[in-house]
Design a protein around this ligand. Sequence first.
Ligand SMILES: [Cu+2]
Length: 278
Amino acid sequence: MGKGWCLFFLFWPVAAVVSCAMAPMVGWSFPYDNAQAASNLGIRIDGLFYLILFVTAVVFVGTQAVLVYALWRGSSNRDERATYTHGNHKLELIWSIIPGVILLFLALYQMNLWADFRIKKYFPEAAVKAPIAEVTARQFEWRFRYPAIGKELQPKPQSDDLYSVNELHVPFGKPVMIQLRSEDVQHSFFLPALRIKQDALPGLQIPVWFEANKEGVYDLVCAELCGWGHYKMKAHVIVESEADYQNYLKNLTQQQFYDGLGKIAANENDSESEATEK
Ligand SMILES: [Cu+2]
C-alpha cells in the first residue's frame, strides 16, 4: 500500500478538526447570535453536545492517527510482514469496557437535563400552573389557542378563547408552557434558537416548556416530514415584554369579537356584553 493512502486517511481527521474549529466563525455552527442558544436550557443542551463532540473527536482523531501510523510503517518497510492473529481477548475487553463506561457516564450525566426538559414534574411550577396556549400542528400550519384575558387555558375550547395562526406570542422573563397537539399526522414543534424540539402526535396532548433568555422573534418550524406542504410550516414565536403581550391579546380579542358595528362582543367586559344582549 502506497503512501498516498496514508495522506488520504490523514486528510480526514485534519479536515474535520479544522472545519469544526472554523464553524462558529463562518456561520456553519448553531443558528443565532454567535451560535449561543436563546434559552438557558438550550445553553445546557449545547454543553452536552460539545461534551459528546469532544469525546467522539478524541476517539476519531486517535483511531485515525493509529491507522495512519500503521499504513505509514507498512508502506515504508516492505520486508516486514504483517502477522495474522485470531482475536485478542484482553484487547476486546478493553475496547468494550471503555465505550461502555463512557456511555454510562453520559447517560447519568445528562439525566438532570433530560428531566428538566421533558418530565413535567420538573418543569418550572409557574409555567405548569398556567399554560400559555394550546398549539395544534396540522397540515400545513400551526394553530394557537389562548385563553381569554384573565382566564386559564381549558382542555376543551371555550367560546371566548383567542385564536391565531403561525404567530405565537409569549411574555418575556418567565418560563412558559404550551400544550402541543396534532390534528392529523405526526409533526414536530422545533424552535432551533432555543434548542426545543418535541414531536406532536395525533391523539396526545404533550406539555412543552421554554424560556427565551432575551426578547425577540424566533423561528418555529416543523421538524417532521409531514406531507407535501411541510416546508410551509414556518412560523414564529415572538417573545415580548409583558405589556406588549397583554396588548397583543387585547388586539386579538378586538379583532376576533368585533361585531362589525363598532362593538366588541367579547367577554372581556362581561357586564357590558350582557347589557348589550338584553
Ligand atoms: Cu408538519
